[in-house]
Design a protein around this ligand. Structure first.
Ligand code: UD1
Length: 342
């Protein structure tokens, strides 16, 4: 079985993907600088899969160290690149932090594979579509001007990957545009570990429900949507993790058309903020305290994906619904209450 490098492999989506890779029989090498994750996640992954992934604490912005690591691992055939800063609000305050980290790491990684054949899966986001003109949004929809430096790093990274794979046919790149990843592994041993006050909806819901935060604020109920709150395509993180395996398989089986492809990864179904709140209450039996507040700057009104390309070409489809997402997120919140992470 081939060896796969997972950058950011102790992070939220990264750790779930490492589990799926190991379950599928891949050997995994994780690189992470632990900037926004805990080393304890390695033990959790080991507990779930029965196998400890190889781990290097390394900052991909260090070009020499990155090149050296890749040179010493000539059997790495694929890379799943998660490592990046991802807080939208912080990126507006500190744009250079985002441009420096997200670009230098990507460029160093690509440089390290120069002259080698590599399958490269990139973590992109539906944020590149902004507010789409047509819903569900397809991969052909125009990329709109980013609302934040974070969003811009995703757009420009895709452009870099188009150009690099265009200039060198050894790079086989698939960019996965994720919709809104939520939930946790069914074991409740891994999940999202937000630092400070969560900015994203589901971690805020679970922290509010467990008493760590006050009431939830619904950011706006006057949008042009069925119940007035924003609509998103929430996808279970385990389904999302499996999409990466499907992408690698496509690369390994040389099924790609050309050297660069894009896939939307969502459920194809939109849910409003109020529907998510209701789904949480119904699936966990826990009542939430929430209030309606003003709109949040930069939010798009509604977005959900056309996921038929992933279904047809990757042979991948989301299997889990909102109930599984809410139950697993809640089980994880309860787990970390009993087993706090460093
Ligand atoms: C955000 C980013 C997106 C990024 C993703 C990564 C923005 C504009 N977009 O997506 O680029 O890829 O996170 O995780 O920030 N909401 C509330 N109350 C809350 C929190 C959220 O009502 O306390 C609402 C939001 O208005 C939104 C929905 O819940 O309608 C989802 O919000 P969130 O989880 O932050 O994700 P996005 O904003 O969709």
């Amino acid at each position: 079985m081939s060896k796969i490098l997972v950058t950011g492999g102790t992070g939220y989506i990264g750790s779930h993907t490492v589990v799926e890779l190991q379950n599928a029989g891949y050997d995994v090498v994780i690189v992470d600088n632990l900037d926004n994750s805990s080393i304890q996640i390695l033990d959790q992954i080991t507990e779930i899969t029965g196998k400890k992934p190889e781990f290097y604490e390394l900052d991909l912005c260090d070009e020499a160290a990155t090149v050296d690591l890749i040179a010493k691992n000539p059997d790495i055939s694929g890379v799943i690149h998660f490592a990046a800063h991802k807080a939208v609000g912080e990126s507006v305050q500190k744009p250079l932090k985002y441009y420096r980290n997200n670009f230098f790491s990507l460029i160093n990684l690509l440089t390290a594979f120069a002259g080698r054949e590599v399958n490269f899966v990139f973590s992109s986001s539906c944020t590149v579509y902004g507010q789409p003109d047509k819903l569900p949004v397809t991969e052909e929809a125009p990329v709109k001007r980013a609302e934040s430096p974070y969003g811009n790093t995703k757009q420009i990274a895709e452009e870099i990957l188009v150009e690099v794979s265009g200039a060198n046919s050894n790079y086989h790149v698939i960019s996965l545009r994720y919709f809104n990843p939520v939930g946790a592994h069914e074991s409740a041993l891994i999940g999202e570990l937000p630092i400070g006050v969560p900015q994203n909806l589901v971690p805020f819901i679970t922290q509010s429900a467990i008493g760590k935060r006050g009431p939830i604020t619904v950011f706006g109920d006057d949008y042009n949507t069925p119940d007035g709150s924003c609509v998103r395509d929430y996808i279970h993180v385990v389904d999302l993790a499996k999409a990466h395996i499907a992408a690698l398989r496509r690369q390994e089986e040389a099924k790609m058309s050309g050297n660069f492809e894009i896939f939307n990864i969502g459920t194809g179904k939109g849910s409003s903020v109020l529907e998510v709140i209701k789904a949480f209450e119904e699936s966990t039996g826990v009542k939430l305290d929430y209030k309606i507040g003003p709109r949040r700057a930069g939010d798009v009104e509604q977005v959900w994906g056309d996921v038929s390309k992933a279904e047809n070409e990757l042979g991948w489809k989301a299997e889990l619904g909102l109930e599984d997402m809410m139950k697993s997120a809640w089980a994880w919140e309860n787990y970390i209450k009993e087993h706090p992470f460093n």
